[in-house]
Ligand binder design. Sequence first.
Ligand code: SF4
Length: 250
Amino acid sequence: MEAATLAWYRTNGRILPWRVTQDPYAILVSEVMLQQTQVARVLARWPLWMTQWPTVESLARASLAEVIVAWSGLGYNRRAVALHRTCGVIADVGFPTTYNGLLALPGIGPYTAAAVACIAFGEQRIPEDVNVRRIAERANGGAPFVAPDGLAGELTQALFDLGATVCIARRPRCHACPLAGVCPTAGQTFAPARRQAPFAGSTRQRRGALLRRLGAGGLAVAEVDEVIAAGLVRDGLAAVADGRITLPAR
Ligand code: SF4
């Protein structure tokens, strides 16, 4: 099953700029962006980010306000705060090269640690995102995939692509799947996933709108939505002083 997935990937894998580098910082940035943002949007933003801050040290030197402004539009802005914090620590102590070392960093969870460990450093570990879990449940009875020696990073990318383009949520494209011959659920369709709440009018949208206003300059606290402002301050995305709310200085 793993061999068939790898063979499929070598012909059908997506060509993405963060796949042609072994730079762990570049891979870390891509993985953090990709967690909750579509690939097409990350494709437009990752190169700009890497031009603005090509190294861990350059990102660590940036102000948090600059980082939040640059993240605008990618959504879930707490990721920008966490990435900035993580890179501040890496700039001081060096880049950990193992899953356990990465997991010990502030702002890095098990998924990101596993992704960077296997893709950048060749650790034998497959990170499980929603796509990887879905393929394992459908094709492998829920058992995790096991990478051949030295190929965990490549198998991870292969599973990401298979889940994103073939073994998709509702109507998988089994006719194009390298696992169709062995997959017990080949040909099935699946119940629709829970509908996402509309973005328009949501807290997420209002948080993003206020952050964009703050990117243009501070505001009087009395002018802004109190609950939204409090949430941004709590998440380290804004600061309040002397009756004004601004992006944080550091
Ligand atoms: S055969 Fe169909 S259900 Fe099975 S892994 Fe492939 S795409 Fe998914």
